[in-house]
Ligand binder design. Sequence first.
Ligand SMILES: [Zn+2]
Length: 234
Amino acid sequence: MKTTKQLILILVLSVMLASCGQKKVETDTSHSNDTKGKKHEHAVINSPDDALNELKKGNTRFVDGKSETRDYKEQVQSVKDDQHPHSVILSCLDSRVPPEIVFDQGFGDIFVARVAGNIEDDNILGSMEFATKLKGSKLIVVMGHNKCGAVKGAVDNAELGNLTQLVDQIKPAITGDKSNPDKMLDETSKKNVKLQIESILKHSEVIAALVKEGKVKIVGAYYDLNTGKVEFMN
Ligand SMILES: [Zn+2]
């Protein structure tokens, strides 16, 4: 039989424990609010259009000089166990076109494959299939740019070691009037992006099926070295 004193003690302890539990809930709530405040760093992406909007918004932040401030050390920890990047970008080797920076994205946000002239091959396709089918990326972007050295190499019939076969792969895109070299380079670079997209869909059954099902979208983009702006081509 419990005495009255013992019963009061039990009651007091119960109230204390309950208030501790309450405090913990409050702490958790404030933590989730903190996470919400940093939404841009890992935006919620549920569709290909969400991913496209995130890249558009990121490029606008970059062009406006309002890129997010990121704690890279913290970001390393936040993605150390897994990754679910919303997009995969195929971009040129050019040092002036770094996708993470021009789209203002952080660790774990985008997959990036880079090769001179942003051309697809079996290894790029395998990487894209990994990104989309296995890791759930919802958007594929093939991004060319103006004043591209690889495209100029194709137009000029450049020959050098393995570079010869690389620029040969861009040659089907050559278009325009040689009397206006800058315009010709621009037109050829843009056509190259379109041909690479066609090629990706033609050579990857996995990606073609995902696109057909509406789970993945594939778009062209064109980066302007003069302004930092990305123009989406669809
Ligand atoms: Zn280039």
